[in-house]
Design a protein around this ligand. Structure first.
Ligand code: 2HA
Ligand code: ZN
Length: 270
């Protein structure tokens, strides 16, 4: 067997964690990532019949039974993932009963999956219904997105419109817009259900005063969504109270949508 730490999926995942830490998005143990792995790519690295230990999921994820996830650990720091992946990450399989995670590798200190794993798994379930190639759920605490969530109305439409209008790229990158939750207690099944419910329509979900979720078929895609929202939120916060004299108008956005043939949220424009 090859060493799991030399696999493309662990290396790419660990680099992503380092990058997000360096961007200032993931202080202390902030943020978490889960990455759906395929059995074929795992087989050369792991004996998939060797379950190290089991952990209860705390809800029923039967739709994901038999699926494998590489995931960050609870209490673990993004800063440290690349230096010691086997301590900070785990590879889990959802057991046939739907309510148990089987640890196949990692969490070497006896650790456990992220407290937001319910929100991740429930989001994976919804996104797999929309895209069969879906693989990544990423949660993080970018600075400007957090700041903006304190000072901007929290509706899907209003938040999306403002973000779209801070950067021409936005409607092209996420024509489906941004879902916005009310303030909720994190780490619970309730916030997981609310997040997954938004994931039926959106690939980006804002948790006000906390952070954001992005999903995608690849790590780059999920990261790229969040990165693009964060850039716009930075522009918004940098403009601050000053009057916008050269806005991106609703008509500009419609023209972009027509040019790039976007399937965008038409009800979000006037
Ligand atoms: O994993 O970000 O929301 C730490 C968090 C909780
Ligand atoms: Zn968080």
């Amino acid at each position: 067997m090859k060493d799991v730490r030399t696999s493309e999926f662990v290396i790419e995942f660990a680099r992503m964690a380092t990058n997000m830490y360096r961007l200032g998005w993931d202080e202390r143990n902030g943020g978490n990532i889960s990455y759906l792995l395929y059995e074929d790519e795992l087989k050369e690295y792991l004996d998939i019949n060797n379950v190290v230990r089991e952990m209860p999921l705390g809800f029923n994820a039967k739709e994901l039974a038999g699926k494998y996830f590489l995931v960050t650990g609870t209490g673990k720091y993004f800063k440290n993932v690349e230096r010691d992946p086997a301590f900070n990450l785990g590879i889990l399989r959802i057991k046939d009963d739907g309510v148990t995670a089987e640890l196949l590798w990692g969490f070497e200190d006896g650790g456990k999956f992220t407290s937001e794993f319910p929100a991740h798994l429930m989001s994976h379930i919804e996104r797999l219904k929309v895209s069969k190639n879906h693989r990544v759920v990423l949660h993080t605490h970018p600075l400007a997105i957090m700041a903006m969530s304190f000072v901007h109305p929290l509706s899907d439409r209003e938040f999306t419109r403002t973000i779209w209008k801070m950067n021409n790229e936005c409607i092209v990158v996420f024509p489906d817009g941004i879902g916005v939750l009310p303030w909720m207690v994190c780490g619970t099944n309730e916030i997981g259900e609310a997040t997954a419910n938004k994931m039926k329509d959106y690939r980006i979900v804002l948790w006000p005063n906390h952070g954001i979720y992005g999903v995608g078929d690849t790590l780059d895609e999920a990261f790229g969504l969040v990165e693009t929202v964060e850039k716009s939120a930075q522009v918004y916060m940098m403009i601050g109270e000053r009057e916008i004299i050269n806005p991106i108008t609703d008509q500009n956005l419609k023209d972009l949508a027509a040019h790039f043939k976007l399937n965008y949220r038409k009800d979000f424009l006037d």
